[in-house]
Design a protein around this ligand. Sequence first.
Ligand code: G3H
Ligand code: 13P
Ligand code: ZN
Length: 332
Amino acid sequence: MVSYKELGLVNSREIFKKAFAGKYAIPAFNFNNMEQMQAIVQACVEENSPVILQVSSGARKYANQTLLRYMAQGAVEYAKELGNNIPIVLHLDHGDTFELCKSCIEMGFSSVMIDGSHHSYEENVELTAKVVEYAHKYDVTVEGELGVLAGIEDDVVAEHHTYTQPEEVKDFVSKTGVDSLAISIGTSHGANKFKPDQCTRNEQGILVPPPLRFDILEEIEKVIPGFPIVLHGSSSVPQEYVEIINANGGKLKDAIGIPEEELRRASKSAVCKINIDSDGRLAMTAAIRKTFNEHPEWFDPRQYLGPAREELKKLYKHKCVSVLGSAGHAND
Ligand code: G3H
Ligand code: 13P
Ligand code: ZN
């Protein structure tokens, strides 16, 4: 058993309190490899932002849990070396079993998500409470989820959103003891969050998706005042990346994300954590495809992973400064 505290990581409790009071959201960026991790740390150090490094169960399988854990430990040391000891959380994204959460806690994670949203309400309560009871012994914070996002969530595909029911929220939070709650108000995972026929066109001819259900968020804020809320599926799917990908041999169709303006609004509310994975995938793929196209003679991975890392860093900085508002808040 290794405690995250020995690794220099923090749990999410204090940073969420500060984010709530300061009306900003903490970025939760997924990572699977070194370049993504370097870009996240460099961006957040330079922008003086707290950060949540997220590992999905797919990432654990892909990269190996021991390696990822040492990379997160390395992230803390790297941030110090860069001259800014920002708060870093190592978080399990979409944990689906008690055993997985327990194993991550024993490995040095400072925060876990137990996603029981595909179970019945009663089973979700029971599973989440069990994880909380274990995690809190080690001062590890726990995120639960109520409501189901449309699209693919892990291996489960939901055709429509099941929005979070504000009536259930208070009971869920008090019965489980969770530290934060992921809700469903219209976001979804991946790069195809809306079908074009669900969208309208603005004066510039740009597709505008249906708005998030801020009315539900407001109801939730009323029943659990001051409680940290989490938004999954919050990539904006920048169209410039989609265009670069498609201009360089890619085939992305109908890729539509959450408008940044909605995320800015959410960041000022009880939403204290915003999950972003797909935008990083798009930035990286766009940069790599462009380099391949422009320099077919290159074959040193650093020649294409280097520009990809730079593009990622630019994206993460933009999120901290201009969308979530977390820049400048590492030492609140
Ligand atoms: O919510 C899911 C995250 O985007 C992680 O995706 O399971 O493909 O690593 P993944
Ligand atoms: P995106 O697919 O919108 O980036 O969402 C990521 C996420 O919610 C990770 O849990
Ligand atoms: Zn998610």
